[in-house]
Design a protein around this ligand. Structure first.
Ligand code: PLP
Length: 386
């Protein structure tokens, strides 16, 4: 049975060219980049080349990119780094109720350390209201953190508008751009962000590597203490193969992003329309237009998302319910609940995320299998009256 992989928001298969670029740094160019001998300096050169490629992808300067172990660390670094370096100015942070756990849990940690956090509500499409951000600002606010696009429902947030507000108020703005970088155009100056999180494995790069963009002049504390790597911002011997892989992934994204976004939008809309036509009592979650080109999140009433995923898996289709990080828990998604979905709709949610190797045949296969699986599960449900 051919596998139909539709969980690209959880992770993307590494691009073969990314793997090829990484291989020499796992074998012959193994030197420590801090070493002054040739194979160390070669590794150091590769790191700097990768830094340049990531900077180019997001319109930043090379020395504004710091490598991290992934999106989670980038989010932790941004929030804790700014909070701890600026607490003498104030201890208030603004974020949203639909952030990834990497932001929400960091915010909760800071609350336990005496910071006050405002969690902004979202509307029924998952949008944060920039006016709500404005109203939440106090003279103690030091940081605003709102994601650029939500990983579960794909809603794209008005970061440019929030950036304008943050700039006028002189408050740092962080955005978790893990789901957008490499998929939609991202420009740190157009967005007016001071900090931006990236994760390589969401853009056809390897797992365990990411980056934080830090605008020049931003006051934050280093995340890891130890050696002088990353100009003292983040100690530890660099993950050279991972960094090279991220760099190559960024380069490929720059070349392929535009055409790919158009192709995926068409497939996405075919899947959304097909599900709505074929399955009664199904609804799209997230914004109909301001959404990632690859995200389809639907609620299907009278079935459980977990049962749907398991049954689709038996047919070779990989999908998710809620975010991958919480798919082992049966709690309804915090994102869907924040958007006001009743728990029974949130429980029946299913996320398909498309990517580079998704074909029209894959979408046809889902549209053939899913109605059948839903009908089977509904027939077993005491709540279903056809
Ligand atoms: N932020 C968002 C929006 C994500 O989707 C993810 C991963 O699911 C992360 C952060 C965490 O990234 P990583 O897996 O690289 O730690």
């Amino acid at each position: 049975m051919k596998q139909v992989y539709l969980d690209y928001a959880a992770t993307t298969p590494p691009h073969p060219e990314v793997v090829a670029a990484m291989l020499p740094y796992l074998t012959e160019v193994f030197g420590n980049p801090s070493g002054i001998y040739a194979c160390g300096q070669e590794a150091k050169g590769a790191i700097e080349e990768a830094r340049g490629k990531i900077a180019e992808l997001i319109g930043a300067k090379d020395d504004e990119i710091i490598f991290t172990s992934g999106g989670t660390e980038a989010d932790n670094f941004a929030l804790k780094g700014v909070a701890l370096a600026n607490e003498s100015k104030g201890k208030h942070i603004i974020t949203s109720t639909i952030e990834h756990h990497a932001v929400i849990e960091t915010a909760k940690f800071l609350e336990r350390r005496g910071f006050k956090v405002t969690y902004l509500p979202v509307d029924s499409c998952g949008l944060v209201d920039p006016e709500g951000v404005k109203r939440a600002i106090t003279d103690k606010t030091i940081l605003i953190s709102v994601m650029q696009a939500n990983n579960e429902v794909g809603t794209i947030e008005p970061i440019t508008e929030i950036g304008k507000i943050a700039k006028e108020a002189g408050i740092y703005l962080h955005t978790d751009a893990v789901q957008t970088v490499g998929h939609t155009p991202v420009d740190v100056n157009q967005l007016r962000v001071d900090l931006l999180s990236i994760s390589a494995h969401k853009l056809y790069g390897p797992k365990g590597i990411g980056a934080l963009y830090i605008r020049k002049g931003t006051k934050l504390l280093p995340f890891m203490h130890g050696g002088e790597q990353e100009r003292g911002w983040r100690a530890s011997t660099e993950n050279v193969p991972g960094i090279v892989g991220l760099g190559r992934a960024a380069e490929l994204a720059l070349q392929e992003m535009t055409g790919e976004a158009e192709r995926l939008t068409q497939l996405r809309d075919k899947l959304i329309d097909g599900i709505r036509e074929r399955i009664d009592h199904s609804r799209l979650n997230g914004h109909p237009l301001k959404r990632l080109p690859n995200n389809v999140n639907v609620s299907i009433e009278f079935v459980e998302g977990e049962s749907l995923c398991l049954n689709l898996d038996l047919e070779g289709i990989c999908a998710a319910t809620g975010s991958a990080c919480s798919s082992s828990s049966l709690e309804p998604s915090h994102v869907l609940l924040a958007m006001g979905l009743p728990p029974e709709h949130a429980h029946g949610s299913l996320r398909f995320t498309l990517g580079k190797w998704t074909t029209e045949e894959d979408i046809d296969r889902v549209l053939e299998v899913l109605p059948r699986v839903v009908a089977k599960l509904r027939a077993m449900s005491p709540l279903w009256k056809s």
